[in-house]
Design a binder for this molecule. Structure first.
Ligand code: GLY
Length: 366
């Protein structure tokens, strides 16, 4: 089943690549076509995912159109490297699926330099007082003490930079941030905070915020998925079992709250009268669970991951028709977003990563 689905994803990705040129998509319009962030916001955190999908499919098919387009997008992102306010905590999301995949597959010197520049900027965001990587930027420093659960997924850029340079400092910063996430983001029941506010001078924990979840203390489903995947990756890069334990707790919470339908809500605390869904949370969790299954040799995680994917297929959430550009149809940016249940480019990326992995051909980029 996964082999067939992988082929359909690859066919559609190639078709869309050929008709979209070097667009950098985030959303899909009413006409079913991707938008383009190139001139809208070159620093947007999702700008690496389409190129990442192209690289994943390139590794599967070897079609040169995919490689050329992915490289063109990677080159466009050089403008983001010079945008001081745009260079935030999300450098891993922007440069691992672009320069990271390129370097992995071609050994490009430019890609290596991009990775190291982005990693140096990310490492420079570390606050030694609270031992966290600062989220976002603001000119007044009002959020200088903010850290977020999503940032766990940016840490592999730092682990990779240490591997590339034989300099342990990048990995040390990453591991310290991950330990802070274990201490201050993971709750006793395995659910996670989205935003934790620290005093940026003393490092003391001051508050937690709802962020993209329903309320402070709720369980934003995508944040929960970032925790499963992110803690697992920190375990794989460091061998520190504190991160493995954290990943298992986050996975137990997520799996224990999957509704009977198998479809993931925007927030696990939303009531039965709210039907906001988030396919992106589902597929990020799938990637995390598949990686956790490999890390632990526990097939139960793989079974849970396959059930989540099967639910998306069974309930018609996958669009494999040539008429549209997207692959998954019902995502939520956040619980209080003005619109819900629409495609998002990162859902498509992680869907592709998951299905190609199950088909035995996925690239490991994180
Ligand atoms: N990293 C932001 C999000 O998950 O929406």
């Amino acid at each position: 089943m996964w082999e067939q689905l992988a082929r359909e994803i690859c066919d559609k990705t190639l078709l869309v690549c050929r008709r979209s040129g070097d667009r950098i998509p985030y959303l899909t319009g009413r006409d079913g076509r991707f938008d383009d962030q190139t001139d809208r916001n070159i620093s947007w955190w999702t700008n690496g995912f389409w190129a990442g999908q192209l690289w994943q499919v390139y590794a599967f098919t070897g079609d040169e159109d995919l490689r050329r387009t992915a490289v063109a997008i990677e080159e466009k992102l050089d403008r983001a490297l010079l945008d001081d306010m745009g260079m935030d905590h999300d450098s891993g999301f922007k440069w691992l699926p672009t320069a990271g995949e390129d370097y992995l597959l071609t050994g490009s010197g430019d890609s290596r330099r991009r990775l190291l520049l982005a990693a140096s900027n990310l490492a420079g965001r570390f606050n030694p007082a609270g031992e966290f990587i600062r989220a976002w930027n603001d000119r007044e420093g009002k959020n200088a003490g903010w850290a977020i659960i999503d940032c766990l997924m940016n840490l592999p850029l730092l682990y990779r930079a240490s591997d590339l340079t034989s300099d342990p400092r990048f990995a040390q910063v990453a591991a310290r941030h991950a330990h802070t996430a274990v201490r201050h983001f993971l709750r006793p029941d395995g659910s996670c905070e989205h935003i934790v506010v620290f005093d940026p001078v003393s490092g003391k924990k001051l508050d937690t915020l709802a962020g993209q979840g329903m309320y402070a203390g709720s369980a934003w489903s995508r944040g929960q998925a970032w925790a499963i995947y992110g803690f697992t990756l920190s375990y794989l890069h460091t061998g520190d079992t504190a991160f493995l334990d954290a990943a298992k707790k986050a996975a137990a919470f997520f799996c224990g709250h999957i509704p009977a339908s198998g479809l993931i809500p925007a927030d696990f605390c939303q009531g039965p009268d709210c039907d906001f869904e988030d396919d992106s949370a589902a597929v990020i969790a799938v990637c995390g669970l598949l990686t956790l299954a490999e890390a632990t040799d526990d097939g139960a995680y793989k079974t849970a991951a396959e059930r989540l994917l099967s639910a998306l297929v069974k309930h018609g959430r996958c669009d494999l028709t040539p008429d549209t550009d997207c692959l998954l149809t019902r995502c939520s940016v956040s619980y209080d977003a003005p619109v819900h249940d629409h495609p998002l480019i990162y859902a498509d990326y992680f869907f592709t990563e998951a299905v190609l992995k199950l088909a035995g051909k996925g690239l490991v980029i994180w």
